[in-house]
Each structure stands twice: as structure tokens, then as C-alpha cells.
Design a protein around this ligand. Structure first.
Ligand code: ADP
Ligand code: MG
Length: 382
């Protein structure tokens, strides 16, 4: 009588629920790596090394010189919804750190073979502590003996082994998944320029099974956006780029509706100032049709995928150059309360308030910037 009949509705057990929701935070190799990198940035690291073994199939590891983790926190860091970054919910609208939901470490524990952390705070250094967690994020090993300067190393081995189908998928596409992770890391390598005075030295290596470790990407953290582009793609990549710096105002949806008389009430809302800074290719030389892996968008220094904004760039560019998509690095600097990064578990989707108005204003601003060049390009190409 206790066994439910086939097809009866039953509650999922806790482990399954945890594994399913974790799979939405860490959807692939690149989001796993991204979460670790963001934790390092949140910890104030200025030097970050990312090491892949066998393109991430065996393991990936992020080594930073950030604040380290204090011993009081050891037990809780990998438990679900544990975060040291958000003291109350009202903080969310002004939050500037990357993390705040306490889901990354717990998800990685649930979705991989093993998660090991070595950490030391300024007080602990040069002696670090090695921490190991089980699938439920519980601390199962704690050793007090490891030489460690201040900072944290997080190692994730055997990503997705608890989910055989997804693991197979990862193995089949290992190099492509690794490539996507590199593109994402490139975006973070450009962030130091997006966020002024925030220089981060980043290096990424891979060691294929049975092979030697090789550097995949390296930036020195002091560089301008231009210098980073040059380091990442070679000095020739710079020849075809022009500076992007436009400002415009965006009216909130509410205010527009009031002006049209659709909504009652006083027009009490202010327009938001938006500034967009970065680099974009000249019209004559885009980066091919499949240019989207060379398009990097940030909102207040945070890499994200604002698809409508991306589309706006491509459309305006297309009206000048019919065959190619542009190379873009664009950081949108806007008030923190006019965007919401908390809409998708992997935090890549961003909700921009009054997005339609923003996109329209952006297009106008881009057209104005590009218009003088159109004449030159037309002459040059005819
Ligand atoms: P969140 O970043 O949303 O707080 P995470 O699961 O990513 O959640 O991390 C949980 C906690 O572990 C963080 O709040 C932080 O206290 C600690 N932590 C994780 N990685 C690091 C790191 N590299 N350096 C210092 N502390 C870290
Ligand atoms: Mg985090």
C-alpha cells in the first residue's frame, strides 16, 4: 500500500531536486568556469589563473590572489543559498558584486566528481587549508597543511559525471565547449578596461591528456581595451577598430505612456543617462558574417548577452556594410537600478528597464556616430 501506483504524482527526493536546479546554474563548461572566475573577482583578486586539464574534461581550476575564505565560513560556502555577499534583500538593486545567490559552489559540488578548495586569508598565509566537499556541498575533509599565499584555488574535477548523458555530450564536444569557455574568458579579459581602475591579470592554460601545458590567453591587467584586444587577437586586429563613446538618454516606459496620455498621473520620472564605451570595427572590415564570437557586451562591467542590443548593433552596421557583422566591445554604463541581472540562473541574460526605448536611442546614437564615416567609405569603396 505504501508503493505509489505507476504514474502517481510523487515528490522528487531532495538530491534529484538539487541536481536538476544545479543543472540550470551550471549549464555547460563555460558557465562553470565563469562562476569560479566571478568569485575570484568578487574576492578582489588582481591575479587570476585558469587551468584546464584535457580541455576541462579532467578538471578545471581557478587560482586567485583574492581575500581568501575565513575559517568560520568553511562549513557553509558550498551549501545551497549560502552567500557572504548579500546581507539583506534590499541590497539587490544596488549590488555590484557578481555573486549573490550562493548557488555556484553548491551546484558544482552536485554536478561533478570532486570539488577541492585550497584557501588562505592574510592571517593564515603562508599556510593554507585544503577543503573537500561532497555532492550535497557538505564539508567532508579539512586539512590544515598546504603552502599557500593569500588567495583561493578551486578545483573542479569530472564535471557532469553524475549526469551521464550530459557528460557524454561534453566528451563528444570537448574542444568546442573549451573554445566557448575561451571566448567567455576573453570577455573577462576585456573587463578591466570596461571597469576603470580594476586591473586584473588573467592567464589561461590547457594541458591535453599526456601533453604539455600551453598558454591559451594572457592579459596583464594594466592595459586599455585596445591593448587587451591586441594581446588577445594580435596587433593587426586593432587596425580596423575605432573608439566607441556615445551618450544618450532613455525615458522610462511609464513616462512615454504618460506623455501619450495612455497612462494618467504626473510625469514624475527622470530619463536615465546611458553611456556606451568600447570599440567597434570600421565599416569596410567587419569580422565576417559569423561575427558573434567577436562581440562582447557589458553592463557596468559585467559581461552579458543583451540580445536586442546586439541585434541593434548588427542592424545599424548592416546598413553601412551589407556583408559583414562588426567586431564590438561595448560597455553600457547605466544606473544600477535600471537593470536586473537576476532573471536567469546563469546571469547572462540581463533585463534592461525600458529596453525598447534604450535600443531605439542606441540606434540613433550609433547612426549619428557612423554617418560621417559613411561618406568616406562610399568614396573609398567605389
Ligand atoms: P555567491 O558567489 O553567489 O556568494 P558561490 O556559491 O559562488 O555564491 O560562493 C559561495 C561563497 O563562497 C561566496 O559568497 C564566498 O564567501 C565564498 N567564495 C567562493 N569562492 C571564493 C574565492 N575565490 N575567494 C573568496 N571567497 C570565495
Ligand atoms: Mg559566486
Amino acid at each position: 500500500p505504501d508503493t505509489p501506483s505507476p504514474g502517481a504524482i510523487k515528490a522528487l527526493d531532495g538530491t534529484s531536486v538539487h541536481r536538476i536546479s544545479s543543472g540550470q546554474v551550471v549549464v555547460d563548461l563555460q558557465t562553470g568556469v565563469k562562476e569560479l572566475l566571478e568569485n575570484s573577482l568578487d574576492a578582489g583578486a588582481t591575479n587570476i589563473e585558469v587551468r584546464f586539464k584535457d580541455y576541462g574534461l579532467q578538471s578545471f581550476e581557478v587560482i586567485d590572489n583574492g581575500s581568501g575564505i575565513t575559517p568560520e565560513d568553511y562549513d557553509a560556502i558550498a551549501l545551497k543559498h549560502y552567500t557572504s555577499k548579500l546581507s539583506s534583500f534590499t541590497d539587490l538593486s544596488t549590488l555590484t558584486s557578481f555573486g549573490f545567490r550562493g548557488e555556484a559552489l553548491s551546484s558544482l559540488c552536485a554536478l561533478s566528481e570532486r570539488v577541492v578548495i585550497t584557501t588562505a586569508t592574510a592571517q593564515d598565509a603562508p599556510m593554507g587549508t585544503v577543503l573537500e566537499f561532497d555532492r550535497a556541498g557538505r564539508l567532508v575533509r579539512r586539512d590544515g597543511k598546504a603552502a599557500r599565499q593569500r588567495g583561493t584555488t578551486v578545483t573542479v574535477a569530472g564535471l557532469f559525471t553524475p549526469l551521464p548523458v550530459r557528460r557524454k555530450e561534453l566528451e563528444r564536444n570537448a574542444k568546442r565547449e573549451f573554445g566557448k569557455a575561451l571566448v567567455l574568458l576573453s570577455a573577462y579579459a576585456l573587463v578591466p578596461c570596461a571597469q576603470e581602475n580594476h586591473g586584473v591579470r588573467l592567464s589561461v592554460t590547457n594541458q591535453p591528456a599526456g601533453g604539455r601545458r600551453t598558454v591559451q590567453l594572457r592579459t596583464d591587467g594594466q592595459a586599455s581595451t585596445r591593448a587587451s584586444v591586441s594581446t588577445l587577437w594580435g596587433p593587426r586586429a586593432l587596425e580596423n577598430l575605432v573608439d566607441l563613446d556615445v551618450r544618450f538618454r532613455v525615458l522610462p516606459e511609464r513616462a512615454v505612456l504618460r506623455r501619450r496620455g495612455v497612462l494618467d498621473g504626473d510625469d514624475d520620472t527622470h530619463a536615465n543617462e546611458v553611456r556606451v564605451r568600447g570599440l567597434v570595427s570600421k565599416f569596410a572590415v567587419g569580422c565576417g558574417r559569423a561575427g558573434t564570437d567577436r562581440q562582447f557586451f557589458f553592463v557596468n562591467g559585467r559581461p552579458c548577452n543583451p540580445s536586442k542590443v546586439q541585434k541593434a548593433f548588427n542592424e545599424v552596421y548592416r546598413s553601412f556594410n551589407a556583408t559583414q557583422a562588426p567586431f564590438v566591445v561595448a560597455d553600457f554604463i547605466l544606473p544600477t537600478d535600471s537593470c536586473d541581472i537576476n532573471v536567469s540562473p546563469d546571469k547572462r541574460t540581463i533585463l534592461l528597464h525600458s529596453e525598447a526605448n534604450l535600443v531605439q536611442a542606441l540606434k540613433t546614437a550609433l547612426e549619428e556616430t557612423f554617418a560621417p564615416a559613411r561618406a568616406t567609405y562610399d568614396v573609398a569603396s567605389s
